[in-house]
Ligand binder design. Structure first.
Ligand SMILES: Nc1nc2c(c(=O)[nH]1)N=C([C@H](O)[C@H](O)COP(=O)(O)OP(=O)(O)OP(=O)(O)O)CN2
Length: 149
């Protein structure tokens, strides 16, 4: 049976700031992120299986990505916890804002690496993460490919 890639797309609204960056993105700002998740596997060939013909049920893939990424990042503001932004993060958290501290600079590149690790941990053994595309603006995106890593 052929190997097939399937993709599901997600969107979420997230704030961030790039501490130490030499441009306008050092300021706290937000993006309507778009995330495409591509997995690869063999469609189930057993006609008695309720998932017959599927690599993975799109809704099962959705549950993983929603739990691990969308529900965590949506309407949160992400700061690098290794920078003085940690003080701003504490102030906002104390005022009941949804703040997410990560141990990396929250660029598209670093977020997509983080997302790849999070998704890989939750996929069934028969399915592999093939690619991720994280779109930050209409003209800017970062991609992760299994074949590169
Ligand atoms: N390699 C990266 N460069 C930049 C990132 C990033 O994650 N990786 N992020 C930013 C900012 O977050 C910025 O909001 C997005 O940058 P940019 O595409 O330059 O946004 P603009 O809307 O200004 O771009 P247009 O060309 O006007 O569409 C900066 N760099």
């Amino acid at each position: 049976m052929s190997k097939i890639r399937i993709t599901k797309q997600f969107s979420f609204e997230t704030g961030h700031a790039l501490y130490g960056y030499d441009g306008k993105c050092k300021n706290v700002h937000g993006h309507s992120y778009k995330l495409s998740v591509t997995v690869i596997g063999t469609p189930i060939s057993d006609p008695t299986n309720v998932k017959y013909g599927m690599v993975i049920d799109f809704s099962d893939l959705k549950k993983i990505v929603k739990t691990e990424i969308v529900d965590v990042f949506d309407h949160a503001t992400v700061f690098n916890k290794n920078t003085p932004h940690v003080e701003l993060a504490k102030e906002l958290s104390d005022r009941d804002h949804n703040v997410l501290l990560v141990d990396y600079q929250p660029t598209s590149e670093m977020m997509v690496i983080d997302f790849a690790e999070k998704i890989k941990k939750h996929l069934p053994e028969t399915i592999q993460l093939s690619a991720l595309r994280l779109q930050e603006t209409d003209s800017s995106f970062a991609e992760w490919f299994a074949s590169d890593n």
